[in-house]
Design a binder for this molecule. Sequence first.
Ligand code: ZN
Length: 416
Amino acid sequence: MSLVGLTATPDPGPGTVAELRELHALTADADGGAERLAWTPGWVTARNWLTARLDEVPVPHERDEAGNLWATLAGAEDGAVVVGSHLDAVPGGGWLDGTLGVLAGLAAIRELARGPRTRRSVSLVDWADEEGARFGHSLLGSSAAAGTLDVDRVAALRDRDGRRLADVLAEHGVDVATMTRSRDRLAGVRAYAELHIEQGPVLDAAEVGLGVVSGTLGVERHEFVFTGRAVHAGGTPMELRHDALAAAARLALAVREIAREHGGVATCGRIDADPGVATAVAGEATVLVDLRHAHAPALGAMLRDARAAAGEIASAERVSASDRPLHRTAPLTFDADLLALAHDAATTATGAPVPTLASGPLHDAAAVAATGIPVAMLFVRSLGGVSHTRAEDSRADDLAAGVRALALLTRALAER
Ligand SMILES: [Zn+2]
């Protein structure tokens, strides 16, 4: 893959860093955390800010059936290139997760709009509800567009207040039954590129500002439920208990060993116990288990081992165990040609060679890659590897280099 089409451009980086700060100031909560949970007023505010910037370019924009926002510069020939990410954030999240990729895509579009018409059309997409922080389903908008969304299953999902996903989306003009019609948007797409912060410590430890992503880890996220018997904490001798919370706690420790054995990662991010008081043995405990690995067979083995561990723990604690899948994503390896082009763009933008790394967190790019569309992804160093909190941060010069690299990559893809 040659670097045809990559030329020196004015640096759009510093302006985008200033816009990232402006958007964060507009949508931050009182503690400085992001308040852009999907399908809430803060998210709508962020989107309105974006559409105002698109109007200034100017570039036409519209929402698709899944609530994803698209802006497209028409090209001279058939075929399109898509760049983007997501404006939604976890509650109290940071200023860069998702927003960086959308605003860098905006910068790329803005720059291309100033020049002659490109060979391919170039679209910016802001995917709806990437985080899944409210209903527990990540990559909602991008998986709808990819045609991989199980509509019946997601429609019934509820948030912590018991509200149904289908009802909440309807308030935002999205009919769950027709969400997958957004698939048409990816017809004729030749390449997808996304810039994102790393959300891990690898680049920071290597002391480099940018990296090229080789692919994403597969995910098996399951809800395990242990059912025992709720009894009085004082009146029940230890040997007569059926303690569901003790079983959940043992599973949380067991999955760590399973991850180490298979070279993957495993997390129990939440345990809910019922009745959830100090004076009763828990009759039921629900534990969320998130398993990730770069290779499908090893990921399958991790899930088998986690289920076996849950069964053994249940019999030791004299409770019953069940589990149901919440989310599944297969491991992905990104397109080799685009990987090389992304390397060239990142090396040109930083003036130094950049490393290749796999992504642990999920990204919309993975949903797009699953359709067979070639995908390229660039990471910007996360200071301390911290993300999904208001402490999330990156150096301004790293962010600017990432924006520059995405602009170079977008131009190269648009002229291929
Ligand atoms: Zn993100």
